[in-house]
Design a protein around this ligand. Structure first.
Ligand SMILES: *Cc1c(COP(=O)(O)O)cnc(C)c1O
Length: 359
C-alpha cells in the first residue's frame, strides 16, 4: 500500500469479523473513508473524535436532537445562520424544546433558565461578523453544567479552535472552507470521545451521513485548507482596508479592522481574521448595480470557496425577515457580503474598484 491518497471504499457491506470487529455500514458512520476524514477533522479542531455528515444542517440538527429533549431550554445567539434559525424556530419548538435568543455577550447569562441545557454560538456571525468571547461563554456554562456548541464555519479551524477555549462541541458546514471548492455539501461535528458517543446513536437514527465519494472529496479539500485560508485572511484584510478608504463605502465589517466593535476579542481568540467581510454602500439604490458589475467576483450564495463571491444579504440570507426586522438586527439594503477568494489581491481590488466606480 502506501498510497498518498486514501482509496475510495465503495462497499456498503463488510464481512464480519473484520479488523474493527463491528458491523461496518455507511449509515453507521464507520466506513474507512468516513473514519479517515473524521480523524483529520478531529485533529484540526483539537478534539478527540468527529462525525461527518451529508450537509452542515444534518450535522447541526443531529447535535441538537441528540442533546435536547422536551422540557429542556437552549439559548441561541440571535444572529444565526438562516437555516439554523428556521430549524430552531420551526422544528425544535415543535418537539417541546424551549428556545431563546441572546442579542449580545451579556444576554447569554440573562437568558439562562433553570431548565437551560445548552448554549449555541456562531462566531464570527453572518453577515455582520460580530465576535463572541468564547472563553467567557465557556466560563458561564461550565459551572452550571451546560453544554456549549459553536458553528465554526466562518472561522475554520485554521483561524479558531474553540475546543481549546473551553467550548464543548464544534459544528461545521464543511460545504464551505473545509472542502473549499464549492463542489460538495458536507457537515461535521467535533468534540470529546464521550460527547461524540452521545451524539452517534442519534446520528445513526437520523441517517444524515456522508458517502465514500464525498468523504474522499472533502479529504482532498482539507489538504489545502491552511494554504487557502491563509491567503483568504490576507486578501480579506487588504480588501477591507481598501474598502474602508473608498468614498462610496460608509462602513466595513471585518474583525481584523481596529475599529471593529469586537476587534480586541477577535485578536485574542483568533489566529487569523478570516475571509468573510461585509460593507455598506452610501447609496442603497446602487447595491444591485454594483453587484451586477463584478467581473472577477461572482454574485452567488454560499462561501468559503477559492473564488470570490458577493451577495446582498437583504435579498438572500435575510430575505425572509421583514424590512423592520432587518433594520433591527442592523442588516440594511445597502449591505454587501463578500466571501473573499484566493485570487490575486490586486485583481480582486481592481474588480471592486471598477464595480464601485461605474455610474
Ligand atoms: C452554509 C452554512 C450552514 C449550513 O450548511 P449546509 O452545508 O448548507 O447544510 C450552517 N452554518 C453556517 C454558518 C453556514 O454558512
Amino acid at each position: 500500500m502506501g498510497a498518498v491518497a486514501t482509496p475510495i471504499f465503495t462497499a456498503s457491506s463488510y464481512a464480519c469479523p473484520n479488523p474493527t470487529n463491528e458491523n461496518i455500514y455507511q449509515r453507521y458512520f464507520n466506513t474507512p473513508n468516513q473514519r479517515v476524514v473524521a480523524a483529520k477533522l478531529a485533529a484540526l479542531e483539537q478534539g478527540e473524535d468527529a462525525l461527518v455528515f451529508g450537509s452542515g444542517m444534518a450535522a447541526i440538527t443531529t447535535v441538537l436532537f441528540a442533546l435536547l429533549k422536551p422540557g429542556d431550554h437552549a439559548v441561541f445567539q440571535e444572529d444565526l445562520y438562516g437555516g439554523t434559525y428556521h430549524f430552531v424556530a420551526a422544528e425544535l419548538t415543535r418537539f417541546g424544546i424551549e428556545v431563546s435568543f441572546a442579542r449580545n455577550q451579556a444576554d447569554f447569562a440573562a437568558q439562562l433558565r433553570p431548565n437551560t441545557k445548552l448554549i449555541y454560538i456562531e462566531s464570527p456571525s453572518n453577515p455582520l461578523l460580530r465576535v463572541v468571547d468564547l472563553a467567557a461563554v465557556a466560563a458561564l456554562a461550565k459551572p452550571r453544567g451546560l453544554l456549549t456548541v459553536i458553528d465554526n464555519t466562518f472561522a475554520s479551524p485554521i483561524n479558531q479552535t474553540p475546543l481549546a477555549l473551553g467550548i464543548n462541541i464544534v459544528v461545521h458546514s464543511a460545504t464551505k472552507y473545509l472542502n473549499g471548492h464549492s463542489d460538495l455539501n458536507a457537515g461535521a461535528v467535533i468534540a470529546s470521545r464521550e460527547i461524540i458517543a452521545r451524539i452517534r446513536p442519534c446520528a445513526v437514527n437520523h441517517g444524515g451521513m456522508l458517502d465514500a465519494h464525498a468523504c474522499y472529496m472533502l479529504e482532498r479539500g482539507l489538504k489545502t485548507l491552511a494554504l487557502r485560508v491563509e491567503r483568504q485572511n490576507e486578501n480579506a484584510g487588504k480588501l477591507a482596508q481598501w474598502l474602508q478608504r473608498h468614498p462610496a463605502v460608509t462602513r466595513v465589517n471585518y474583525p481584523g479592522l481596529s475599529d471593529h466593535p469586537d476587534h480586541a476579542i477577535a485578536a485574542r481568540q483568533m489566529r487569523g481574521f478570516g475571509g468573510m467581510l461585509s460593507f455598506e454602500l452610501r447609496d442603497a439604490a446602487q447595491a444591485s448595480a454594483v453587484l451586477g458589475r463584478f467581473k472577477l467576483a461572482t454574485a452567488a450564495l454560499s462561501l468559503g470557496g477559492v473564488e470570490t463571491l458577493v451577495t446582498i444579504p437583504a435579498k438572500t440570507s435575510h430575505v425572509k425577515l421583514a424590512a423592520a426586522e432587518r433594520a433591527a438586527v442592523g442588516i440594511s439594503d445597502a449591505l454587501l457580503r463578500v466571501s473573499v477568494g484566493i485570487e490575486d489581491a490586486d485583481d480582486i481590488i481592481a474588480d471592486f474598484e471598477q464595480s464601485l466606480a461605474a455610474r
